[in-house]
Design a protein around this ligand. Structure first.
Ligand code: PLP
Length: 415
């Protein structure tokens, strides 16, 4: 079954996630995709010359060398394309490898506009690897369309790409993707969207006008906290060739075993997101009602404009949220007192996790920048898992009580 045939059936994501051709062309018709744990393939009619292998020319058969293509990875890549409704999908060794492959086309003198509330690793890579070679990397609040327009049209370099994360991390603020796509295309630039935070179950940027979607598949798509992977999904074939070239030439594709694990994880994406989001709704209500919490951040819950954008372009708020206690010491004591929540970076896994972004995922952003862009030291980020909802809320509740005791004792000790 081709992607076109599958689409023609009109099945929704929940069905498409589990019902597809698991191994096109396999004589045994396996119902789960086999793991092709092999570096090379030996076609019948030709003896592959290893010096010819994987330089981006047409492969000898459908497959010749796993850097260039592997059947397990191919099935995964077609699932990724299907989920995001793109022309083609690509699987990479990590989200960062996917991001780097996307922006490899930029040259000295080009301008790249990026959101000012970016994932820390993206920020670090742009600041230390992209800007130093002469690409003008301009940070802009992508929620402010006039600011985006001004930055895109500013004299000097030519704007070639706009890079957006929405909702942003950790503040969960929404950018109007259709409007930014229009600005990008108006000046001949492409719109890239890092869709890691919501997953294609809740938001499909290509439908809204984006040219390329990127994921850290380490998060929702994998969902089990047992692999790192990245995904790129493109709207059209010309872009597909560019990404395919880079993936093969630089050797950053996802390895077969990880591709197999990711395929397995993907099958439950719809179920996981649904359950985790509904528990996150309970947690949001709990935090909003707690006296020790001064501010809660959840997608679609900001100002009226931001709510309207969220309602228009997504099907839910996901399961990542953040809050502040107003005191870094209290936040740290609270995180330490959580028992069910594992203190780790990352999000989107089956189990609930907790982090202090200013100390962990966003530590690579200089402190002054962090404060300016809303990552204060007391900000705590939660990613809600599939555990029993009552257990999740009870754990948060007991942690507030423990943190209050801890802070009171420290103060008494100092006095
Ligand atoms: C984690 C993350 C990345 C980087 O992905 P890795 O798989 O860790 O390389 C990129 N963007 C966002 C939004 C992320 O959360």
């Amino acid at each position: 079954m081709t992607i076109e045939q599958e689409r023609a059936r009109g099945w929704s994501d929940a069905t498409r996630l589990v019902r597809y051709d698991a191994c096109p062309g396999d004589a045994y018709r396996p119902t789960a995709t086999p793991l092709y744990q092999t570096a090379t393939f030996a076609p019948d009619d030709l003896v592959a010359d290893e010096s010819d292998s994987g330089i981006g020319d047409a492969p000898l058969g459908p497959y010749d060398y796993s850097r260039s293509g592997n059947p397990t990875r191919s099935v995964l890549e077609s699932r990724l394309a299907d989920l995001e409704r793109g022309a083609r999908g690509f699987a990479f060794a990590s989200g960062m490898a996917a991001i780097a492959a996307c922006l490899r086309f930029l040259r000295a003198g080009d301008r790249l506009l990026v959101g000012d509330d970016l994932y820390g690793g993206t920020y670090r890579w742009l600041a230390h690897a992209v800007a130093p070679v002469g690409v003008e990397v301009v940070r802009v609040d992508t929620r402010d369309l006039d600011a985006v327009r001004r930055a895109a049209a500013a004299p000097g370099a030519t704007t070639r790409a706009i890079w957006v994360e929405t909702p942003s991390n950790p503040r969960q603020e929404s950018t109007d993707l259709a409007a930014v796509a229009e600005i990008a295309h108006g000046c001949g630039a492409r719109l890239y969207v890092d869709n890691t935070m919501l997953s294609p179950i809740l938001q499909r940027p290509l439908d809204l006008g984006a040219d390329v979607v990127v994921h850290s598949a380490t998060k929702w798509l994998g969902g089990h906290g047992d692999l790192t992977a990245g995904a790129v999904i493109v709207r059209d074939a010309a872009l597909a060739d560019e990404i395919a070239f880079t993936q093969n030439a630089e050797g950053t594709a996802l390895a077969p075993f990880e591709a197999w694990l990711l395929l397995r994880g993907l099958k439950t994406l719809g179920l996981r997101v649904e359950r985790q989001q509904s528990t996150a709704n309970l947690v949001t209500d709990f935090l909003r009602g707690h006296p020790a919490v001064v501010e809660v951040f959840r997608a679609g819950q900001g100002d009226v404009r931001s709510r309207a954008i969220h309602e228009r372009q997504t099907r839910g708020a996901g399961a990542v949220l953040a809050f502040r206690t107003g005191c870094a010491r209290t936040s740290e004591a609270w995180v330490a007192a959580c028992r069910l929540f594992a203190t780790t970076v990352s999000f989107g896994s089956l189990h609930s996790t907790i982090s202090i972004p200013g100390r962990m995922s966003h530590a690579s952003i200089p402190e002054a920048e962090r404060e300016r862009h809303g990552v204060p030291p007391d900000l705590v980020r939660l990613s809600i898992g599939i555990e029993e909802p009552d257990d999740v809320v009870a754990d948060l509740q007991q942690a507030f009580a423990a943190a209050a005791r801890d802070v009171a004792m420290t103060r008494a000790g100092r006095a």
